[in-house]
Design a protein around this ligand. Structure first.
Ligand code: NDP
Length: 293
């Protein structure tokens, strides 16, 4: 029998992930703005529903991809008694470990398994079905989740118990955040000294300071002045906040990530909720009085 999947959250990354799910499994989608779910159904042949209870009734596995774990908790609790024992919730949100453990405990009382399954690879990775997925949960639940997430993944890793996928994702994104900030500051200084952005990247990318930010993001988004909006800075600020809490909870020094939290909170306040994460460099350019070109 074909596995039936319910997909909740057709945002910038959720939508392309759901496209691949819909090509492999019998899929029903729900989105807060219902028009997006209807358009998705028309484009893909999946079913759309405005009723979360109906979505759960029609699914063996439910996938959520929402901004925060709090949004997931609200959806899970709104579904309430419509959950059936034996179902599985795979949460692809970049969430926080504590709330995920609480959601997992709530679902367990209804006989439902929970796996945190955040993704990396961005919207282009989602479109190409080449995401990396980090899974937190029991071995049995993770084995079931793997069957579904393989629809949009190139790499799937079981990293530990519930919450560890979300911890790893947040810390990975904190490293991304620090790389964006530090690369923007370094390049702004070099441009002021008369070194072009392209020449600076040519050297850095053949040296030890390189990262995905210098190898890809800055050339594609900053030097080009294209500034595409694929991953909101507000979501990266949320991730850095989760990472900071993980470090505080585990008793680990958090100087670098603490500074990044302050910088991203300020960038979010200045640039707004819709700005892309790389637009933090616009703030660095503004403060430095230079454009990185
Ligand atoms: P978007 O902001 O583009 O989309 C958010 C989605 O969640 C929309 O479908 C939105 O519905 C829905 N939503 C928002 N609030 C609620 C709510 N309170 N209740 C129900 N639905 C809600 O986010 P992304 O798709 O970019 O990100 C989703 C998750 O994936 C985040 O946790 C993010 O950190 C993570 N992520 C994103 C990546 C990216 O490149 N974009 C990369 C890796 C992870 P509506 O259509 O009504 O607005």
């Amino acid at each position: 029998m074909t596995l039936r999947v319910g997909f909740v959250g057709l945002g910038a990354i959720g939508r392309p992930m759901a496209v691949h799910v819909a090509t492999h499994f019998e899929t029903t989608v729900w989105n807060r703005t219902a028009e997006r779910a209807r358009a998705f159904a028309q484009a893909t042949g999946a079913k759309a529903t405005e009723d979360l209870g109906a979505l759960v009734a029609s699914a063996d596995v439910v996938i959520t991809c929402l901004p925060t774990s709090q949004d997931v908790r609200e959806v899970v609790e709104r579904i309430g008694s419509a959950w059936r024992a034996g179902q599985l919730l795979v949460d692809c949100t970049s969430g926080d470990p504590g709330t995920s453990r609480a959601i997992a405990a709530w679902l367990a009382e209804h006989g439902v398994d929970f796996v945190d399954a955040p993704v990396s690879g961005g919207t282009s990775g989602a479109e190409a079905a080449k995401l990396t997925v980090m899974l937190g949960g029991t071995s049995d639940a993770v084995a079931r989740a793997q069957e579904v997430v393989r629809a949009f993944a190139a790499k799937v890793v079981h990293v530990g118990p519930v919450g560890t996928g979300h911890a790893l994702k947040a810390l990975n994104n904190a490293l991304l955040a620090i790389n964006i900030q530090a690369s923007g500051e370094a390049l702004a200084a070099l441009v002021k000294l008369g070194v072009s952005g392209a020449k600076a990247l040519e050297v850095i990318n053949a040296s030890s300071g390189r990262s995905n930010v210098t190898e890809n993001l800055i050339a594609e988004r900053v030097l080009s002045r294209a500034w595409p909006r694929t991953f909101r800075l507000a979501l990266l600020d949320k991730d850095v906040g989760i990472a900071l809490k993980v470090l505080q909870d585990t008793g680990v020094p958090h100087d670098a990530i603490g500074v990044a939290k302050k910088v991203y909170a300020e960038g979010r306040a200045a640039l707004g909720e819709e700005a892309d994460h790389v637009e933090l460099i616009r703030e660095i350019e503004r403060a430095a009085g230079v454009e990185i070109r």
